[in-house]
Design a protein around this ligand. Structure first.
Ligand SMILES: NC(=O)c1ccc[n+]([C@@H]2O[C@H](COP(=O)([O-])OP(=O)(O)OC[C@H]3O[C@@H](n4cnc5c(N)ncnc54)[C@H](OP(=O)(O)O)[C@@H]3O)[C@@H](O)[C@H]2O)c1
Length: 257
């Protein structure tokens, strides 16, 4: 548990916050003082996550959002700005695995990976940046956009070509947006986690081959979501005032050859 108040007064929106890393990130940001908006398609799950944060003394709201439906994104950000306040921290976390070996991968699976992992990330960042610029956040420390990429942005995860390509796209998108929005005092960075067991990969790690992969990691283990907390808070908070366009890998050494 992180007990800080570095994000007090900030509105932080986390996409894909109905479970896994997104639900954890929302908790961590709330513990750091942010008023958190948990967004995902499963409204009941984000409502449960928000209720947990409120029970622990934090500030949280739940919203339904499908990031692959671009027509939902602008209205959601507008509604949040009107009812809660302008978003000053966006955690662009919603993502899908894009499974399928290259020879069998269908156009539908490719599109799903890119619609959520790339298109969704871009248009959420665009909506957030428009709001941050309109709110003129420079005097209060600027805006923060943290794109949750993966070690797949720079290291081949075998059998996941669409996922690898989508996360590499997020990496370069992060740099391009950082360059474009630097003058508006918006820091855009990517967090590249190694493997943490969540719904996205639990079926794989239940297999013998999945366990073999874990035994091949330098520390022969998966990471915990909490291992990402320090980097998340750095990129979402005041410490990132001069950090922008950077990919921060936190992977317990998993991507080392
Ligand atoms: N776990 C890892 O080892 C790992 C490592 C590196 C990077 N990552 C990245 O971390 C992020 C979170 O993954 P996770 O491990 O927490 O996986 P997860 O447990 O499967 O969670 C994925 C989240 O994304 C949401 N989501 C999926 N499609 C969506 C859509 N169209 N619109 C809105 N939300 C959507 C899901 O919510 P709904 O289904 O309710 O919409 C869910 O909350 C992903 O970007 C993933 O690529 C994970």
């Amino acid at each position: 548990m992180v007990a800080e108040t570095t994000l007090k007064g900030k509105v932080a929106l986390v996409t894909g916050a109905s479970g896994g890393l997104g639900a954890h990130f929302a908790q961590v940001l709330a513990e750091a003082g942010a008023e958190v908006v948990l967004a995902a398609r499963r409204l009941d799950m984000v409502q449960a996550g928000a209720a947990q944060i409120i029970d622990a003394g934090g500030l949280a709201h739940a919203r339904a959002l499908d990031v692959a439906k671009v027509e939902q994104i602008g209205p959601l950000f507008d509604e949040v700005a009107a009812s809660i306040g302008p978003v000053s921290v966006l955690i662009n976390n919603a993502g899908v695995g894009g499974e399928g070996r290259a020879l069998e991968l269908t156009p539908e699976a490719w599109d799903q990976a890119f619609n959520v992992n790339v298109r969704g990330v871009f248009f959420c960042a665009q909506a957030a940046a428009r709001q941050m610029i309109a709110a003129d956040l420079a005097a209060s420390g600027g805006g923060r956009i943290v794109n949750i990429a993966s070690i797949a942005a720079h290291t081949v995860l075998p059998g996941l070509s669409a996922y690898n390509a989508s996360k590499a796209a997020v990496g370069m998108m992060t740099k391009a947006l950082a360059r474009e929005w630097a003058r508006h005092h918006i820091a855009v960075n990517a967090l590249c986690p190694g493997y943490v067991e969540t719904d996205i990969n639990s079926a794989w790690f239940a297999t013998e081959n999945g366990q073999k992969q874990v035994r091949g990691f330098p520390r022969r283990r998966l990471m915990e979501a909490a291992d990402l907390d320090a980097a998340l808070l750095m990129l979402a908070g005041p410490a990132a005032a001069a950090i922008t366009g950077t990919l921060v890998t936190v992977d317990d050494g998993q991507s080392l050859p």
